[in-house]
Design a protein around this ligand. Sequence first.
Ligand SMILES: O=C(O)CCC(=O)C(=O)O
Ligand SMILES: [Fe+2]
Length: 265
Amino acid sequence: MAFQFCDRMIHQYRSQGYVIFRQILPASLISDLRRSTARVHDLARQKSGPQAQRLQPIRSCLNDSEMKAFQDYMNLPALVDAVQNVLTARHKLGNGSADRAGLLLEPAEMPWCTSWHRDIRESSDVPDMEEFRRVNVDPLWFNQINCPLYEDNCTWYVPGSYLRPFDLPGETEAAGAMPHFDAAVSFEERERRGLEYCQGMPGAVRASMDAGDFMLYHPNAWHLGNYLPGRKRVTIHDWAPMPELVDWYQRWSQVRQRKAAEGKK
Ligand SMILES: O=C(O)CCC(=O)C(=O)O
Ligand SMILES: [Fe+2]
């Protein structure tokens, strides 16, 4: 069924920290984006090896004709409207230029998963702690996007956890139970351990998505990616910031650069 926006989606995003716009990309745009990303596994693996998780930013890896489909994605009226209905008219998909957009990819050789994490925490050298505590629980501040071009079952998420800056005891324990993926562990054992680690987080849901779905989520909620070779994945990894968020990331990056320089002294 063609995508239709409904107000329930605003409520879901604000209370749970994520919402999925099902089948919002038209089939013709999925075709264009698939064609434009035909080289990306090779490019990512040349750069980062066979287990590469992503190619980012795509702007510096793809040519102008390949980037055209991403312009069409950023300007898709139904998508622009849906994102702005959930956020505000000041939020711009891809910041208007796909400046940070990347692609999440499946590994070539072995299953693996990231740890359960919140992307940015109070311990992440944030520019101003008081400001961070305020904006971190503001549904209109941080956001991230996963938009799969092929069926994608990799992302797991704990609904509502972005509203809780402090972790629950079971969460810390579950996140700390990261499986060992050393060379002696078989493919199937890695696959099983990864799945059990995902399922071990209290309240976790798997964001099962089809080609052309679009997930908008708060990246400081508990989440992870669980990856299987052979399950083709090309998922646009993007954001829809407002100018204040772009400014926040610039300030954060300055703090991190300064700390890194101090660390080298
Ligand atoms: O692969 C995913 O969907 C999530 C990846 C992720 O959370 C990360 O790399 O920080
Ligand atoms: Fe993450």
